[in-house]
Ligand binder design. Structure first.
Ligand code: AHR
Length: 346
């Protein structure tokens, strides 16, 4: 009898133990759910950033990615955030379209115990503990580097005429717009450049073309530089300049219109190689790997940095300026080639 009871007990213990092991294995193989609120699909750069996230957060990597396309509207992103909170995702990744308007929703996520990683753009909030970390670009520095290049280039060709800039902005109130616009406005004041037109084209190619068309209508004879806040806008502006009968190029003394752009996407760099974009300052969309590393550290209970800046470069087809300096720091300007374009992933 004792032997039977012992056998039964051992059997039960074995069963219980097996169930526990199964539970552990299931827990270990369970996917971590990440809700990703993306801004939209307004530019090639944006598509590259979505691909970067999808490549880093998938079942092979141990994640279930719940992707939401905000279609360029903050209200859609706020709705997506609420759904992520209600469905108790493990982590939220948010690329905020504009800087303002996130305090309440981010606080809700914090109170629900869901860490939020911001990517690409930043938020302006009263209490920055409402998000766990941010990874993205230094948009002000990008703009400062572009303006430092323009200054260096004009001096390298001993250009002494007026600099009349058409400024095609990105989505008003977004970090990318704020940083790049601030840099230009500050440089224009210091250098005596004129910003003769300024308008938002929402980082979209068709709007970039329309905005450039109307600027050319209004002051086409004056404009000799166009500062576009992304490649999509630059591609649209180039179309408009050519349709207007002018040439996008660096010889502004001879009536060409110089286009300056941001992102360094494949199409942007092709136009840089062709001489239609004079300078393309990189905005690096490959933050998926960094966001994944942050989440994987958080899962282990580790402390992560609150801010992480992506490495970025700048490209030109013009050989006059090889380096530029901003705030005492020197940055290389890479001569764009077919091989460089082929070696990039966006
Ligand atoms: O926030 C990054 C900017 O947004 C990129 O420059 C632009 O292409 C995108 O739409």
């Amino acid at each position: 009898m004792i032997a039977i009871m012992l056998a039964l007990c051992t059997g039960l213990a074995f069963c219980a133990c097996g169930a526990k092991e199964k539970e552990v294995v299931e827990k270990e193989t369970a996917l971590t759910t990440v809700g990703f609120s993306q801004i939209g699909a307004e530019s090639d750069w944006r598509l590259a950033s979505t691909s970067s996230m999808q490549a880093s957060f998938n079942a092979t990597m141990g994640y279930r990615l719940v992707y939401d396309d905000g279609q360029q509207k903050q209200e859609n992103q706020l709705k997506a955030m609420r759904e992520f909170i209600d469905s108790e995702v493990d982590y939220i990744v948010l690329d905020p379209i504009t800087e303002l308007g996130w305090d309440a929703t981010l606080m809700e996520a914090k109170e629900a115990g869901i860490p939020v990683i911001l990517v690409d753009r930043q938020v302006s909030v009263e209490d920055d503990s409402v998000y766990t970390a941010w990874v993205g670009s230094d948009f002000l520095l990008e703009g400062q580097r572009a303006c430092a290049w323009l200054e260096a280039y004009l001096s390298s060709i001993s250009y002494e005429g007026e600099v009349n800039i058409a400024h095609i902005q990105g989505t008003t109130g977004s970090s990318a717009q704020i940083g790049r616009s601030d840099a230009l406005e500050e440089a224009a004041e210091q250098m005596g450049w004129n910003i003769v037109a300024q308008e938002d084209a929402d980082f979209v190619q068709a709007k970039g073309r329309e905005v450039m068309e109307s600027m050319l209508e209004e002051c086409g004879d004056l404009i000799n530089v166009v500062y576009c806040e992304n490649d999509s806008e630059a591609l649209g502006a180039i179309e408009a300049i050519e349709n207007y009968g002018k040439t996008p190029g660096s010889n502004i003394a001879e009536g060409e219109i110089m286009v300056i752009s941001f992102d360094a996407t494949e199409d942007g760099l092709r136009q840089t190689l062709a001489g239609k974009i004079a300078l393309d300052t990189e905005c690096n969309p490959n933050y998926g790997t960094v966001a994944e590393k942050l989440i994987s550290s958080l899962k282990k209970g580790e402390i992560v940095p609150h801010e992480y800046y992506m490495e970025e470069s700048q490209f030109s087809g013009l050989s006059e300026v090889n380096t530029i300096t901003v705030d005492g720091k020197t940055y290389d300007v890479t001569m764009v080639t077919d091989a460089i374009i082929a070696g990039r992933n966006y």
